[in-house]
Design a protein around this ligand. Structure first.
Ligand SMILES: [Zn+2]
Length: 854
């Protein structure tokens, strides 16, 4: 009897898996399909859900569908870092296809309050953006997109005709092609002919960094607002071409979970999102519930997830008069995996995503007019809100850093925000802004709410739990001086900027036979220094300020100015001039030809106060246990922005690696128990610079590498108190620092702070490493103020801990230095403010006087 039931079980299991891959398993059976449209299997070479579709096959199928159907237009968006095609299919009725451009223009009028009053939505199609798998290892989305595209191309009958007549669908089948490819390869290469469902099997645990991330290990579902990556930049262009009314965002979560659709936790919705958004999300949710009920799938709503941070795919649409919808499917991760809810098969997960794709379209069709009117009202009310606000605009700009200002403008421009030049001079809060280096964004424009979230500081919240960060005030992140304008008129507002560009740099005074001085304030100064070092030139850094004659007259130079002697170099004075001119001009820098070594004030050029620099040879530990995002941020920074080679030392091979090849080693947050600490200590003692970031500092102190002490909480929790069990999640969650912005006072004379001009800086902190200042008063060049919170949430307990804590500590170990940075200076690649700190650590750690850093 026992034998028979076992036999029956395995028979059922196998047939269930196979059954799960037929088209009939996924598609509604009430519909007939056009046999002239190629099925996924006929092009992919396998059934949907049988294998993980690879990206090249996906692109091929999308092209085939576009060729076979007059409902579909294929639109390329650009390419990823790994040169994969990003694309959308624009799907609508053949009649609409014939008038597509006109439909698009009329649709855009909805988000333009100057035109929208006369727009009649009665016969206007709704625009629905369907987006899948921004996290590459959440594969049910992208594989459901294949089915959705097939369905929309081939379904026949009144229902589909009505849908396509009333809807323009922008189908984005894969938002992260590079990560998705990494994951599909992993899942396919481990698939057994007889599926293995044991969660411990290798199929279900990818190797580091996993497919979630893009090429540089970034979470692309945090980049919609900062838009620092090529994938987001390409997508935003298309998004703003269409300004959809609904945007779907298909994800996966843990295998033991069921299915989630929004609305999320209502109290955690960003207050800038109108209440009507939640109302509409709830109405749409009823359709998902109904469709999932029909196929018997479990789900939940209003828990766990939220719409607070506007950099996520389900939240960014909310600040564009659209409804962003997050879907989360419990993941099979591979092909079929045991869970507490039974075996989760890959086809099952695909079917839920496909089904909610259909429910979204059905909801859109039925709520069409309401959604169109909502978008229209959203933009009309944006203008009204702007008019009643005391803030009429924002002025910003760093006269010492054109490139950073440019990158801010570029980010703002990607969101279709109007920017103007500042006319004349303007002083706000004791900060001076002037024409040429400062810009104005008027608050009164359609993107008013988005502008508000980019500039605002917020420290009061309804809820103390956050799914992601609680603050992202952009000018603080970029380290840009900025101010709120209370009266805006034509004496301030200059020309409108039509296209931002990085100003060309300047080599003042032309060719020199003596030396050049290169200012360190500009963002790309380290890139130019590295180019000079790469060509074998001797370079020095000024550890004292000085004043000297240049073609511009007597000119003051600050700490950190780079000196390049013209003589006694391995290159001719002509070659040096050509190289420096090219580098300075293309990177927006300013350098000066110097004719003499004798200064007007300060130290002469031959003084030992100009320290000879060593070219950074940098390695970073990566691999299992290391935070991939933090490591990826440094890789991306070094590679994309500074053209700096960075060796990635895998944690598993580290103990065999030859460290003598490097003078700088970086450990970002992570767990490093596998590392040979004595090897690192010896390397530092012999002159290496070790940079420890966030939790890596704790590894350093736990292993006796350096002496850093931590702040201790004032009062210990009462161990006798009994708390309501039901309050546990809220109370413990409230102690987490999800990510907030804190102000610190910095010492501009310290080599780690060269190139900064303000004594106060903003740091992004999302951890609970609270360092005491070192006992040596010269070795903590940045320290949080006594009341440092600028924006974001922090509990009272943590606020006590961060008060006056050290941001950076420097310790001398033998001939080497250990630099501990308590926050993430490169957060998500938009924390431009922290870049110089890290670059200073790479270029100047040897310059730090040993006596200052015991
Ligand atoms: Zn996800």
């Amino acid at each position: 009897m026992k034998k028979i039931s076992l036999f029956l079980f395995s028979f059922l299991t196998i047939s269930y898996f196979t059954y799960g891959q037929e088209l009939s398993y996924y598609l509604p059976d009430s519909v007939t399909y056009n046999a002239a449209i190629p099925t996924p299997e006929s092009v992919l070479g396998h059934k949907v859900g049988e294998w993980h579709a690879t990206h090249d096959k996906l692109v091929n199928y999308m092209q085939v569908l576009a060729k076979s159907s007059d409902r579909i237009k294929y639109e390329p968006m650009g390419k990823t870092y790994e040169a994969r095609q990003q694309l959308v299919l624009v799907i609508t009725s053949p009649k609409n296809q014939a008038n597509l451009e006109q439909i698009r223009q009329q649709h855009l009028d909805l988000s333009n309050p100057a035109k929208s009053a006369s727009v009649n939505v009665d016969n206007m199609p709704l625009v629905v953006w369907m987006g899948y798998t921004i996290h590459g290892n959440e594969p049910s989305g992208v594989n459901a997109a294949i089915l959705a595209a097939y369905y929309l191309a081939s379904a026949q009958g009144k229902q589909i005709d009505e849908l396509l007549e009333n809807t323009v669908i922008v189908l984005d089948p894969c938002l992260n092609p590079d990560g998705m490819t990494r994951f599909a390869t992993w899942a396919n290469m481990h698939k057994s002919k007889n599926l293995v469902t044991d969660p411990q099997s290798r199929e279900f645990s990818e190797v580091w960094p996993g497919g979630r991330y893009n090429h540089y290990w970034f979470d692309m579902n945090r980049d919609w607002l900062p838009a620092q990556h090529i994938e987001s930049q390409n997508r935003l262009k298309k998004f703003h071409e269409w300004r959809p009314n609904i945007l779907t965002d298909h994800h996966e979560m843990g295998t033991n979970s069921t299915f989630f659709f929004q609305p999320g936790v209502p109290s955690r919705t960003n207050p800038l999102t109108p209440a009507k958004n939640i109302e509409l999300t709830t109405k749409i949710g009823n359709y998902h519930a109904n469709f999932l009920d029909r196929i018997g799938s479990l789900y939940f709503t209003k828990e766990n997830f939220d719409d607070f941070y506007y950099g996520k795919g389900s939240t960014y649409p909310d600040i564009h008069g659209a409804i962003g919808i997050l879907f989360e499917q419990g993941s099979s991760r591979g092909h079929a995996q045991e869970s507490i809810n039974g075996i989760v098969t890959f086809p099952f997960t695909i079917r839920n995503q496909f089904t909610t794709s259909l429910s979204s379209l059905e909801a859109g069709k039925n709520l069409r007019k309401e959604l169109l009117n909502y978008q229209k009202e959203f933009y009309q009310s944006a203008i009204q809100t702007a008019n009643s606000s005391p803030i009429k605009g924002y002025v910003f700009g760093d006269k010492n850093d054109k490139a950073k200002t440019y990158h801010f403008l570029e980010m703002v421009e990607r969101h279709q925000i109007e920017i103007y030049e500042l006319k004349g001079k303007l002083t706000i809060d004791n900060q001076e802004f002037e024409s040429g280096s400062a810009y104005v964004i008027p608050a009164n424009q359609p993107q008013h709410r988005l502008i508000t979230t980019i500039f605002q500081k917020e420290t009061k919240f309804k809820d103390s739990l956050f799914y992601d960060v609680s603050a992202w005030t952009m000018p603080l992140a970029f380290g840009l001086p900025y101010g709120e304008i209370k009266t805006l008129n034509n004496t301030i507002l200059g020309n409108k900027i039509s296209k931002v560009s990085l100003a060309v740099g300047e080599l003042v005074g032309g060719k020199s036979e003596y030396a050049y001085a290169l200012e360190w304030d500009e963002y790309y100064a380290p890139k130019v220094l590295l180019a000079l070092q790469n060509s074998g030139l001797i370079t020095k850094v000024a550890t004292e300020p000085f004043e000297i004659s240049t073609a511009n007259g007597a000119t003051k130079f600050d700490y950190g100015t780079i000196i390049i002697p013209a003589k006694n170099q391995s290159k001719s004075t002509d070659e040096i001039y050509q190289l420096l001119k090219k580098e300075v001009e293309t990177n927006g820098l300013k350098a000066y030809a110097l004719k003499t070594g004798l200064v007007l004030n300060g130290v002469d050029l031959g003084s030992s106060s100009f320290s000879v620099l060593e070219k950074p040879k940098v390695a970073m530990v990566v691999g299992s246990g290391v935070n991939p995002m933090d490591a990826g941020e440094i890789w991306h920074l070094a590679d994309q922005r500074f053209a700096m080679p960075l060796s990635q030392l895998d944690i598993n091979n580290f103990n065999n690696a030859n460290l003598e090849k490097y003078n700088t080693l970086i450990l970002v947050s992570g767990s490093y128990n596998a590392l040979n600490k004595d090897k690192i200590k010896t390397w530092v003692q012999n002159g290496g610079s070790l940079i420890l970031i966030e939790s890596a500092i704790q590894w350093g102190t736990a292993n006796g590498l350096m002496n850093v002490t931590y702040k201790k909480p004032k009062a210990k929790a009462d161990s006798t108190a009994i708390m309501p069990y039901s309050s546990m999640d809220n109370i413990t969650g409230a102690q987490e620092i999800g990510g907030s912005i804190f102000q610190a006072k910095v010492d501009l004379t310290h080599p780690l702070m060269y190139g900064y001009n303000s004594s106060y800086m903003s740091f992004f902190k999302a951890n609970s490493v609270f360092m005491q200042k070192n006992t040596n008063p010269y070795s903590s060049p940045a320290q949080y103020t006594s009341n440092p919170l600028q924006s974001g949430y922090i509990s009272k307990e943590n606020a006590d801990m961060i008060r006056n804590a050290a941001v950076v500590n420097v310790n001398t170990v033998g001939r080497g230095r250990i630099i501990s940075i308590d926050n993430n200076p490169n957060f998500r690649a938009f924390w431009y403010s922290g870049t110089k700190l890290l670059m200073n650590a790479l270029f100047f750690s040897k310059v730090i006087d040993a006596g200052s850093a015991r």
